[in-house]
Write a protein that binds this ligand. Structure first.
Ligand code: HEC
Length: 109
């Protein structure tokens, strides 16, 4: 009885950790898709992780330590020539959130 209870708890922990890493991976894949396709960030930015070569905006591999919050702010409100994706409703708030964590995770790495 004791061992089976232990195994049950062990399995539940395992599933929980596994599920979480799958969810993170799925979110990164979605972020990449938004970057390259849905929002078209790739057209203006170099980002090695995404394989993009746009050179209208700054090379995102050159920005170091950019936080998710500051990416979200720039993407939502725009900056100079960069469109305001939130104000113009080009992508949803959820998509802004996902693409911003993606960029903050891979930029400058
Ligand atoms: C039409 C071209 C264009 C598109 C599309 C575009 N950007 Fe930009 N982006 C720019 C330009 C230009 C700047 C620099 C603005 C300035 O400093 O005046 C910039 C700046 C940035 C910065 C700040 C970089 C730094 O040096 O701190 C980030 C981060 C960024 N963009 C991310 C994104 C993301 C994510 C997307 C897609 C959701 C995106 N951009 C789409 C042109 C673009």
């Amino acid at each position: 009885m004791k061992i089976s209870k232990f195994l049950l708890i062990f399995n539940l922990c395992f599933l929980f950790i596994f599920h979480k890493s799958f969810a993170d991976e799925a979110k990164m894949a979605k972020g990449l898709e938004i970057f390259n396709e849905t929002a078209g960030c790739a057209a203006c930015h170099v980002l090695k992780a995404a394989g993009s070569m746009g050179n209208i905006g700054p090379n995102l591999d050159m920005v170091s330590n950019i936080s998710k919050e500051s990416v979200m702010d720039i993407v939502t409100n725009g900056l100079g020539v960069m469109p305001a994706f939130g104000e113009d409703q080009i992508i949803s708030k959820e998509e802004i959130d996902i693409v911003s964590s993606y960029v903050a995770n891979v930029a400058g790495k």
